[in-house]
Ligand binder design. Sequence first.
Ligand code: ADE
Length: 248
Amino acid sequence: MRLDVVTIFPGYFDALELSLLGKARQRGLIDLRVHDLREHAHDRHRTVDDTPAGGGAGMVMKPEPWGEALDGILADGRAAAGGDADPDPLIIFPSPAGDVFTQSMARELAEESHLVFGCGRYEGIDQRVFDEYAARGRVRLVSIGDYVLNGGEVATIAMIEAIGRLVPGVVGNPESLVEESHEEDGLLEYPSYTKPATWRGREVPPVLLGGNHRAIAEWRREQRVERTRRVRPDLLPRERPARHAADE
Ligand code: ADE
C-alpha cells in the first residue's frame, strides 16, 4: 500500500518509523512518503497561509502550494502504476467536519492501493482545493472524533496506524485482529491477564487458569458483553441482550 502525506510538520511522522508499522515499511508492505508543503511555497518566507477572504479570525492555507504538492503526488502515482494499476488514489483531508473514522472505515480504506493524506492547519485549507480534487478524482473529509485538534497530523497518524495494521502481513498473527474491540461483532475486548497468578493480592480470574477452554470462551464473551453494556451501550444492537441470553 502506498501512503503519501502532505504536511508542514513532517517530523510528526517520525513516529511511524517505530514498532509494527516501522517494520512493515522496512519489509516493503507499506510505502509511506511524507512531503513538506513548504517545498511548494516559492516566496522568500515559504508562506503557506493567508488571511481569510471576507475577513474573520485566523489564517487559511493558500491553494497554490496544495495544488503543486498534490499534482506532483498524483503524477508520480500514475507513473509508478505504469498505467496498469488503479491510478486514482483516494485523497483524505482530516477535518473535524468530516465523516467519522471507524473500524469499518479502516477496513474499507485498507483495501485501497494508494491513499493521500492532506494535513490542514490553521483555520483550514482554501475550499477550492477540495473542489478541484473532488472534480478530478476521489476526495474524503474524515474526522477522528468530536473534538478539535490543532491540525490533521495526529489524526492522520491515528488513521494510518488503524489502516496499516489491517494490510495483509503487517500483523504477524492475523487471528489477533479478530478478537479485538470493534472487530468481529462490534463488542469491546475482554480483559487480559498474564503471570504471576497473584499480583499485589489481585488474582487472575480462576476460570482462566482452569484449562477448560469452553468455560474460558464463555467467560470472555460475558466480559465483552458486560463491558460493552457498561462503557459503550450505544454499540450493543437492540436484540443483543435477548440473543445473548438464548446463546447461554
Ligand atoms: N483536525 C482537527 N481536528 C480534527 C479531528 N477531530 N479529526 C480529524 N482532523 C482534525
